[in-house]
Ligand binder design. Structure first.
Ligand code: NAD
Length: 351
């Protein structure tokens, strides 16, 4: 299958590109190369005859039409988005333009292409989204997000993703576009941009800096290794029912404090400090406004209907992730050196 993957130079998109090529598919990676992109993430497949790259912005409808016409994809996996909640609070405009208007452009470009082809039933538009659209759960562990949980987004990021999900469903109901949707929990793993929690903790720990935790560290997230997410996405693309959505999660609920403590313990074992533990660097900082208390995914549908389940435990995944950051200093140092990134994180002095 030839798959047009948007956002394939980002964290999750690049994992999907690598997995799709490994599975024998052809990939057209369409990405605007924003601050969050890194083509090194796909360097391992860039020479494959099954890989092509198109630099284009999903806010530019004409560029999307040109990509469809030039490459004739059998399916779309739409991951391109502004993805960082803190940036959405500081400046929501880009999130509205890329996540909502950009998805609208993708839907219209796909619909136009699909219609011109005679509306093949085999075509798929797979929209990749987040569990954050469902809002915040109570601490009671018996309650999880299902596909029927009402939407209740609470940040500019999650509201923009919720809007894009509604547009995708509307294009299916109104125009018959063959769509599949997935909503996934927090990912972690190799190639995670250094502004996100897991890499911030690893890199700040190594630099001897504070390990910032919002509030009292009690916020709960459900963590999934990015390569398990990539596999789930390719399963949903190929076997998901039309118009259906699937929740994807690792069943690995951890408070932020538990997650950071686990990372510190792994680092203590691999790179012991002269004195004490990396956990001594933990610092509690003023909570994020509107910080959702708990996310947890019920992934029964994708497990029962499509036969996917995670292959990596959170303990294994975190250890593999720490090893990857220890082995790939050049990758993250180059990103920290990008204008504004290291300064924003306060880890510029890393060497
Ligand atoms: P990312 O920020 O690492 O990558 C986003 C990619 O999209 C970048 O390569 C960027 O250049 C590209 N992009 C941004 N704006 C663009 C535009 N206007 N035109 C074209 N390309 C553009 O994000 P990620 O963490 O890999 O997330 C990918 C997708 O998965 C997003 O849709 C996100 O909402 C969703 N998601 C993420 C998580 C998570 O834990 N990170 C969990 C569930 C769902």
């Amino acid at each position: 299958m030839k798959i047009l993957i948007t956002g394939g130079a980002g964290f999750i998109g690049s994992a999907v590109v690598r997995q799709a090529i490994a599975d024998g598919h052809s990939v057209v990676n369409l990405d605007a190369l924003t601050y969050a992109a890194c083509l090194d993430n796909v360097a391992g497949v860039a020479d494959s005859p099954n890989y092509a790259f198109v630099q284009a912005d999903i806010r530019d409808r004409a560029a999307l039409d040109a990509a469809f016409t030039a490459h004739h994809p059998d399916a779309v996996m739409h991951l391109a988005a502004e993805s960082h909640v803190d940036r959405s609070i500081d400046g929501p405009g880009d999130f509205i333009e890329t996540n909502i208007t950009g998805t609208y452009n993708m839907l219209e470009a796909a619909r136009s292409y699909w219609t011109a082809k005679g509306k093949p039933a085999s075509f798929r538009f797979h929209h990749i989204s987040t569990d954050e659209v469902f809002g915040s759960l109570p601490a009671d562990k018996s309650v999880k997000f299902t596909e029927d949980t009402p939407y209740d987004p609470r940040s500019p990021y999650s509201a923009s993703k919720a809007s894009s999900d509604h547009l995708v469903r509307a294009w299916h109901e109104t125009y018959g576009l063959p769509v599949v949707l997935t909503n996934c929990s927090n990912n972690y793993g190799p190639f995670h941009f250094p502004e996100k929690l897991v890499p911030v903790i690893i890199l700040n720990a190594l630099a001897g800096k504070d390990l910032p935790i919002y509030g009292d560290g009690s916020n709960v997230r459900d963590w999934l290794f990015v390569e398990d997410h990539a596999r789930a996405l390719l399963v949903a693309l190929q076997r998901g029912a039309l118009g259906r959505s699937y929740n994807i999660g690792g069943d690995n609920e951890r408070t932020n404090l538990e997650l950071v403590t686990a990372l510190c313990a792994i680092l203590d074992a691999k790179r012991p400090k002269n004195e004490g533990s990396y956990a001594d660097q933990i610092t509690y900082v003023t909570d994020r406004p509107g910080h959702d208390a708990r996310y947890a995914i019920d992934a029964t549908r994708i497990q029962d209907e499509l036969g996917w389940k995670p292959s990596v435990t959170v303990e294994e995944g975190l250890e593999r992730t720490v090893d990857w950051y220890l082995d790939n200093t050049d990758w993250w140092q180059a990103l920290l050196d990008r204008k504004g990134v290291g300064e924003r994180l306060g880890v510029k002095a890393l060497s």
